[in-house]
Write a protein that binds this ligand. Structure first.
Ligand SMILES: [Zn+2]
Length: 264
């Protein structure tokens, strides 16, 4: 197993990570870290990959010739991180140079680890000020997040974004002090908060969402965002301080609506 750092430039950032991620997986590699930045000459994506030595060359070939890739360079970080940064910078001669730096270590999550497990925490944290600023018009940001994170981090990142947004909305609009029962919390907190985002109905311990913009038929479900959002909204308001939300059916897989089941 060896590490490989590649840097590609593409015309557009949309879907880039997902498409190249597929190639990476195909060649038996895993994504260790990534960084995607928009620059004047295109979207610049840096990937640190790990996989079997004997497939590295083939992977480099596949990435370098991928139709989305305008320019490609790679380094093998077998030295100390500082030396790699220097080596990478010296290779970047054709394009306006981007200071190559050691891939960022994700910020430790503010909440207990399970909430953020598997999520691209740093990216979600960076997006939160934009979500707050544009709230409730947040769906473009969330769809962008879906594209920007690695496939395997998608659900967890949506969930984390939901938790953080839900907690923020609760603090802003609903922190009343008194603890509520679950049904009451759903009626008085979850429903009004959800209604600003989507068309929603309340049935017992379920919320039914129609036409969720994150769950388009035939696409992947974005329901994990709402699982996190409802949990973040309610966790501080109910007596038990534990809330679990599951999406039990989803518009993306053909159901007429997305159904979220809330329990504690
Ligand atoms: Zn759904």
């Amino acid at each position: 197993m060896a590490e490989l750092e590649v840097r590609v430039v593409s015309e557009r950032r949309e879907g880039l990570l997902v498409e190249l991620g597929r190639v990476v997986t195909e060649y038996g590699h895993v994504l260790v870290r990534q960084r995607l930045v928009q620059e004047a000459h295109g979207a610049c994506l840096t990937l640190v990959l790990r996989g079997p030595d004997d497939r590295q060359l083939a992977l480099e070939e596949a990435l370098g010739t991928h139709p989305r890739v305008l320019s490609f360079e790679s380094t093998r970080p077998q030295f100390a991180v500082e030396e790699v940064a220097t080596a990478t910078a010296s290779v970047a001669s054709v394009l306006p140079s981007v200071p190559a730096r050691p891939a960022q270590v994700a910020q430790p999550p503010a909440e207990p680890v399970p909430v953020a497990a598997g999520a691209d925490v740093a990216r979600v944290e960076r997006m939160l000020p934009s979500l707050a600023k544009d709230y409730p018009r947040i769906f473009p940001w969330l769809i962008n997040l879906e594209y920007a994170v690695a496939d395997e981090a998608r659900d967890a990142s949506l969930y984390l974004a939901g938790r953080r947004t839900g907690a923020w909305v609760y603090k802003r609009d609903f922190s009343l002090g008194a603890k509520l029962g679950l049904s009451e919390a759903l009626r008085r907190i979850a429903m009004p908060a959800m209604r600003t985002l989507v068309t929603v109905e309340h049935h017992d311990h379920q919320l039914h969402v129609r036409g969720c913009p994150l769950c388009q038929p035939g696409g992947a479900s974005g329901g994990r965002f709402f699982c996190g959002f409802i949990e973040g909204l309610l966790v501080e308001s109910v007596e038990s301080k534990a809330i679990f939300v599951r999406e039990t059916s989803c518009h993306s897989s053909g159901a007429p609506m997305c159904v979220f089941d809330i329990s504690h």
